[in-house]
Write a protein that binds this ligand. Sequence first.
Ligand code: FAD
Ligand code: FMN
Length: 583
Amino acid sequence: MSSGFANIPKTAPFSEEDVALLNRVVGPANAVQRAWLAGFLAGVESATGQQAQPAAPARPAEPLTIVYASESGNSEKLAGDIAKAARKNGLKPNVIDMADLDLAALTSAKKLVFIVATWGEGDPPARAVRAYNELMGEGAPRLDGVEFGVLALGDTAYAEFCAIGRKIDERLAALGGKRVVDRVDCDLDFAEPAARWIGDAVKVLTPPNAGGRVIEVDFGGKPAAPASTDIVEAEITEHVDLNSSRSDKETIHLALSFENGAPAYQPGDSLDLYPENDPDYVDELLKVAGLTGDEKLRNDFIKSRDVTTLSLKTVEAYAEKTGHHYVKALIADGQAREWIAGRQLIDLIATFPIALDAEKLRALTRPLAPRAYSIASSRREVGDEAHLLISAVRYESHGRARKGVASNYVAERLKKGGRVRVKLKPNKHFALPAPDRDVIMVGPGTGVAPFRAFVQERRATEASGRSWLFFGDRTFTHDFLYQLDWQDALKDGALTRMDVAFSRDTPEKIYVQHKLWDRRSELVGWLDGGAYFYVCGDAKAMAKDVRAALVRAFADVKSLTPEAAEQAVVTLEREKRYLQDTY
Ligand SMILES: Cc1cc2nc3c(=O)[nH]c(=O)nc-3n(C[C@H](O)[C@H](O)[C@H](O)COP(=O)(O)OP(=O)(O)OC[C@H]3O[C@@H](n4cnc5c(N)ncnc54)[C@H](O)[C@@H]3O)c2cc1C
Ligand SMILES: Cc1cc2nc3c(=O)[nH]c(=O)nc-3n(C[C@H](O)[C@H](O)[C@H](O)COP(=O)(O)O)c2cc1C
């Protein structure tokens, strides 16, 4: 009879021969023999007094339910961090993605932690929408006496800063939960405040006398080590504007090569790119602040401070630090929130000038954050390279021409042969399915980037599943991103079908959602056959319109009520066959 014994791992603190010997003895032992051995060794240890505390706490470890709502992985990573800390403290963590949350599970939780990001314009992360609505809805269960704490992730640049974390925190209390850890709202530089909150939360949630020192035992058979997410420097080997010179857009195809091998990325992952600010903007900012000539500050501002974002927090800090009468009045009148819309730090200082020293000005800024870009290549096809597709953000507001920091750093100041710092941002929630499954990919504009990676991967792995791409942009002639790639893929079979929507080529604007509607019967046929549906790109309008089009397609093709059609899409989401990476 097999004992089901896993081999003693090579990492065990024994010589190679000892490991072989132990495997020979313990390997064929039956369950009773192994249990006896374990007890015997534990007894010897405690008798000699030099143990190695008992691994098991005196009483069963108390469960801690950790729910995270994440889009780009930050909350998910922190959920892992708190689980680790909780386990060390003798708690028994159970980590749940809010996408999979069954609210009934919360009622049996005694201790509960939510780590929650806010997306869109104060919305929950896409995967968490269903559970979030249920939690906010009338049918949510009572949580009387459940001890809870909420950690909120967000970005002060958004008007609805940490709105979802705030709402969940309020809701848990309204449902009878007992807040035992105060909520902390984290900005983009969340590492330190989040670590502090985790430390505090675990301390508060650990019952007295729980745990003791817990020995972590390596039973071998670990999953593969996660891909390195260190910041690495890459060389730019291609820098090409994919729009024609007559387009009013500029979208850069950037090929990066890595000296020590590309980060171990998978199709669907992104790279965080570390930008620098536009020196012209920084010079203008220093000029309006009366600090021209401060080279140290100038350098710091170009390389490492966020000098464009204007948040409510910044306006409040400005009023407090300078005592500026008008800025104080703006806040007191409740008009500051409206005033900052479409404005940047430079507008605040230019409109309400006051003598500032370098320290005061610097204190108004936060660290310059990296920007994420979907990887547009597969390592199977491009080896030690990674490709990105970056659209230059340019617009005008309040009479001033504005430029997105990172996209214009790439478009205007990075050149072939130059170098840039990047970091892998894995996204296991936007991965390809098994090679024999069909995939439908909806990616207008730069949303098409990950699908270039998907198509390359499917070609390299000779995937048998079919692939269907919906792409859209402004004009066929000037904005058909990666047109030749798609033509090649259609020829060699890596892409089975492609539908395009060029919004400015016809008097009536046509978008990808219109193409989905046109092809609705085949679309529903593919989905009924098990196809995966992917959406990438604009979150504000496109992603919502695409989802609505799919609901209507189900209703029409299968003669369903709107409610039943909505349920069909919810089922796809629950089965993780409707996947989004939108921004
Ligand atoms: C997971 C993920 C993947 C992404 N992949 C890609 C990708 O493949 N390609 C790509 O190009 N981008 C991608 N992005 C977006 C990218 O990360 C940046 O947000 C984008 O490039 C803008 O950054 P920036 O530094 O140039 O602009 P910022 O300096 O951050 O400025 C952007 C801000 O400017 C303001 N703004 C922009 N347009 C207007 C307007 N018309 N009117 C008023 N205000 C405006 C908004 O407040 C906006 O938030 C992705 C984002 C995420 C989260
Ligand atoms: C497109 C987009 C929209 C966002 N909207 C908001 C918002 O409305 N409010 C907010 O506080 N943060 C907002 N954020 C910031 C995220 O909450 C923040 O980056 C967070 O760390 C993401 O955590 P996650 O990786 O767990 O999803 C937004 C970020 C992006 C990229």
